[in-house]
Design a protein. Structure first.
Length: 223
């Protein structure tokens, strides 16, 4: 029986095949991405540089000699490789378990192709079992929480967590995520809410899904 880490490593190594040389790319955050950074570093592929979404990824990239660039230095990224906390058949995701979903959305928007790497436990029929991370300005936390309750959610402050930009995270359960794009837009209209962890307006283009019987490449169903 393969462990979850072994599955993550298989998906990450497969993703390296999709990395074009002599291009700028995006690299995300998390345990599966750590395997990708290692595999990319050992692959010998030459890229112009990578935008990343967390200090931890940045430090690991430096260990493997992957050059880092700031997103303001580029107009586009060829690909963006990242994991997900949940992903459905439409390639819509919940992200933000690592509190990096704001920079992740920025990098996703910059990228021509978004490749999600995940093990089969992350592939779900319907989003919402994993709590939805919401980044909020600290002074607006209680106000935003009340609005989330009105939408049917049960927000809980992630204790001891500060984002890269000094904000706080509310993890929300109970929201109706049957229409992810609609909910993503509704949440981002709340004053004081910086960004939410629904990646529906900009879903993944390709899912590299590691399963016990091999790797499956899944693209979004046509809406």
């Amino acid at each position: 029986m393969m462990t979850q880490d072994e599955l993550k490593k298989i998906a990450a190594e497969k993703a390296v095949e999709f990395v074009p040389e002599n291009e700028y790319i995006g690299i995300g955050t998390g345990s599966t991405v750590n395997f990708f950074i290692e595999a990319l570093g050992k692959s010998g592929k030459k890229i112009k540089g990578a935008v990343t979404t967390s200090k931890k990824s940045s430090e690991l990239m430096a260990q493997y000699g992957i050059p880092e660039i700031h997103p303001n230095e580029v107009q586009r990224l060829a690909i963006y490789v990242d994991g997900a906390d949940e992903i459905n058949h439409m390639m819509e995701m919940i992200k933000g378990g690592g509190a990096a979903h704001l920079p992740e959305k920025i990098v996703a928007k910059l990228s021509d192709q978004f490749i999600c790497i995940a093990d089969e436990s992350k592939y779900v029929r319907r989003l919402g079992k994993f709590p939805l991370p919401i980044e909020v300005v600290p002074m607006a936390r209680s106000m935003v929480a009340r609005q989330l309750v009105k939408l049917g959610g049960q927000p809980e402050l992630r204790i001891g967590c500060k984002t890269l930009h000094g904000n706080e995270i509310l993890d929300v359960t109970g929201l109706d995520l049957s229409e992810p794009i609609k909910m993503e837009r509704a949440l981002n209209e709340i004053t004081g809410l910086v960004e939410n962890g629904l990646f529906a307006e900009r879903p993944a283009d390709l899912l590299i899904l590691a399963k016990k019987d091999g790797v499956e490449l899944i693209r979004a169903n046509v809406k």
